[in-house]
Design a binder for this molecule. Sequence first.
Ligand code: F6P
Ligand code: MG
Length: 446
Amino acid sequence: MSSITPNNPPCPAYRATNKESFAYDTTIRRWPIIVDSAIKDVQQTMDEEKNNEPRVSEGRAIIAGLEEIKRELLDDSPLRQIQDSGSDCAQWNQHLQEFFPDATWFSGTWLFNECYIYRRMYELFKNSQHWIEYDCFERQKNDTFKGSYGAVFDLAKKMPGLITAMSEEKLELVYHELIQVCLWGNATDLSLLTNMSQEDITRLQAVEAEFLAERRKLILVDDTEKLWQKIKGMNGGRVDFVLDNSGFEVYVDMIFVDWLLQSKKASKVVFNCKTIPWFVSDVMPKDMPMMFENCMNRDFFPGKETRSEEDFAALETMVKRWKQYVTDGQLEIRSDDFWCTGLSYWFMESHAPELYKEMKENSDLVIYKGDLNFRKLVFDCDWPVTTPFKTAIGPSMANFTNIVTLRTNKADPIVGLSEETRKDIESKATREEWRFSGKYAVVEYN
Ligand code: F6P
Ligand code: MG
């Protein structure tokens, strides 16, 4: 058997060279839309800051660079080295040289290439003087969070009653509700929004019990009970989140964190964030205080006039408690370059040994949020769908610590299905529907 490398996964990799694939559609249709959204954003900032000449002239160069990325990808050019002073630059270039020396925008693996496009976009800002800290997706992140106002207030109003002193039975009931809220929060990420209407999003964010019961049927692999057995036995442990999206998703992650800390199942939670603007909506450390401030700002969400004093008070009381968790060190917000490489987590132990060791030794449970984390866990390759989760995450991750993935299905790879579920879902849904649309989900625990 030839050796496993990032460019040679255990099963065939997804590549845009296959014109029938979602990888191809993403490459030629969705990535240009995403780059265009960054161009539009930079242009808007330039328009707002017309008198800031140094910023405007560098902004023009950044836009030209973004246009160039679009050209390169549509021409299927070779992937070139990264050229900036980022702390992760040498590592990126080593991966390019060692694993993808002849790769192009189509022929490299979809996973690596999709990470590479965000790293290339970042290079343009990193090489500037006046845009160095700029997040070209921040506006989109905030706008989408604004659109989630209904579910934001609904959840805030539910929370106080949920987490006061509770019997173990009640805690269990609340756990089952919140774990689903936390799962479905992943359905609304921005890089997929190119296909979703506001109505779709509102429906996905509904938090009432009947909606959750309905949606539970869409969880194709459901290890929530196994996860409960783990959490139930915990007493003051550490839980890590490898976060996905900012705005509404991390807001519901915080709801679950609140439950973990107040129930004393965990005494410490660590949020592992991205270091650079990533897959449009992913959380960077600075997005956390921003989310808190947005929630505390009564003018942020639309429909201020329709909100009562109680609505605002519920949200503000909860968010003050969240800020206190950070101040007290119960919630640590951190990031690491490893989360923004193009590698599968099969390579975490070999390529981020300190991070691997620190989490393995200290964390009782790592919660991986979202689709990209799932793709990285299972090497983003075409496993038979009934492959056990433990096999698909590879020997090193299987031997890490307790892990769970909460993921709505937005890309090809999927594992862990029973034969019965496979037959059932293949007979009633198209591949697009059950694997890419975000309508179905998996909760898989090892
Ligand atoms: O572009 C495809 C993709 O990688 C999908 O996997 C998913 O739609 C999105 O980008 C990222 O999703 P998430 O925010 O859930 O990781
Ligand atoms: Mg994301």
